[in-house]
Design a protein around this ligand. Structure first.
Ligand SMILES: *Cc1c(COP(=O)(O)O)cnc(C)c1O
Length: 397
């Protein structure tokens, strides 16, 4: 039966233009006053189902796995922040990643950069290889390495830039040229930069993936994911898989992320300002061997960072001059930096990739990449910079 009235009751009414600035879009796109009550802030539509107007006619929503008004607002807002047409939200970043992978078929191949989030590698190598999908990992800092790994079976290129935890960059524009010339979909995990500092769709990517758990949510109180795209065909497929697989976020989780993105711009500015100062402090510290931060002139891809990003973000990794003992002392004696996984919240975190976020990455891969026992990762929060530097100083003393 044909369903009439596909018009959504909660959508951006067009007053907010795509030409508006990032900060304005984050606060307003999709977020008009609620049409039924006038509520200024998007309500949490905590309902699984929607009462139809008549047989074969509903108000644009029938069941919350398929569509929910709170989620729809978030999807519209996130799409606008990435300069994309379509947004889809998920119960976690990995649920979003898996949904992209569901577009593939047995026998297809994926070329990926070699320094990916540990959970992404686990999903690729331990889950999707069971369905006979092949993943080839290449050095993401070298654009040519993608070209040489592509075969006639390659259907997807998967990038993360800057990478976790080594903060390496891949030239999105150059890889997108290769992908386009061979009709391969390019997906970029933009979690580390956030759309405030980097817009992969503008640089030629087809799909952007986020763990909204991180900077978009921004307060370490929600787990979520998102996919943003421009191509109608790609979106149609992904939307079908979102509904069919069902890894969707609940209305309250959608609302938390929606609330988070309203302050994304001011938070990212402060994360970056603090991170730059901490990276400079660490660079001159005698107990620190090496600092990885794209905002440092010493970063081998500082020029590329300036070209494809509008800021360098809030993530830093560094190697200490010493082994396990110094690592243990450092991560256990900070008072403000909490020893925890995850990133992108207002509070500062410190972690040990080798035994925490990247514990599941095979040792030989870690060795090849340079993820060793002396490597520490910090997610710089938006606290007072002097307190953060003093905290690291006392922990390193
Ligand atoms: C956290 C993270 C993910 C996974 O997201 P979840 O929300 O934890 O499922 C993917 N990519 C990157 C870069 C991440 O930091």
């Amino acid at each position: 039966m044909e369903v009439k009235n596909k018009e959504k009751t909660v959508v951006n009414n067009g007053k907010i233009m795509s030409s508006m600035g990032f900060e304005t879009k984050a606060i307003h796109v999709g977020q008009e006053a609620d049409p039924t009550t006038g509520a200024t802030i998007t309500p949490i539509y905590q309902t699984s189902t929607f009462t139809h107007v008549a047989l074969g006619e509903h108000r644009g929503y029938d069941y919350s796995r398929a569509d929910n008004p709170t989620r729809a607002v978030l999807e519209a807002a996130l799409a606008s922040l990435e300069n994309g047409k379509h947004g889809l939200c998920f119960g976690s970043g990995l649920a979003a990643t898996a949904t992209v992978l569901f577009m593939l078929k047995t026998g297809d191949e994926v070329v990926c950069s070699d320094d990916l989030y540990g959970g992404t590698v686990r999903l690729f190598d331990k889950v999707f290889t069971n369905f006979n999908i092949k993943f080839t990992y290449v050095n993401g800092t070298n654009t040519k390495s993608f070209e040489s790994a592509i075969t006639p079976k390659t259907k997807l290129i998967w990038l993360e830039t800057p990478t976790n935890p080594l903060l390496r960059l891949t030239d999105i524009k150059e890889v997108s040229k290769i992908a386009k010339s061979k009709n391969i979909i390019l997906a970029v995990d933009n979690t580390f930069a956030s759309p405030y500092f980097q817009k992969p769709l503008d640089l030629g990517a087809d799909i952007v993936v986020h763990s909204t758990t991180k900077y978009l949510g921004g307060h370490s109180d929600v787990v979520g994911g998102a996919i943003i795209s421009n191509d109608d065909q790609i979106h149609k497929k992904l939307k079908f898989y979102q509904k069919s697989v069902g890894a969707v976020p609940g209305p309250f989780d959608s609302w938390l992320v929606l609330r988070g993105i309203k302050t994304l711009a001011v938070r990212m500015k402060k994360h970056e300002e603090n991170a730059q100062k901490i990276a400079e402090f660490l660079s001159t510290h005698p107990k620190i061997k090496k600092v990885n931060y794209p905002g440092l002139k010493s970063h081998p891809q500082h020029e590329l960072a300036k070209k494809q990003m509008s800021g360098f973000g809030g993530m830093i990794s560094f190697e200490v001059n010493g082994g396990k003992d110094l690592v243990k002392k450092l991560v256990e004696s900070t008072k403000i930096f909490a020893l925890a996984e995850s990133l992108g919240g207002v509070e500062s975190l410190i972690g040990h990739p080798d035994t925490m976020t990247h514990a599941d990455v095979p040792p030989e891969n870690k060795k090849k990449l340079g993820i060793n026992e002396s490597l520490i990762r910090i997610s710089v929060g938006i606290e007072d910079i002097n307190d953060l530097i003093n905290d690291l100083k006392q922990a390193l003393s």
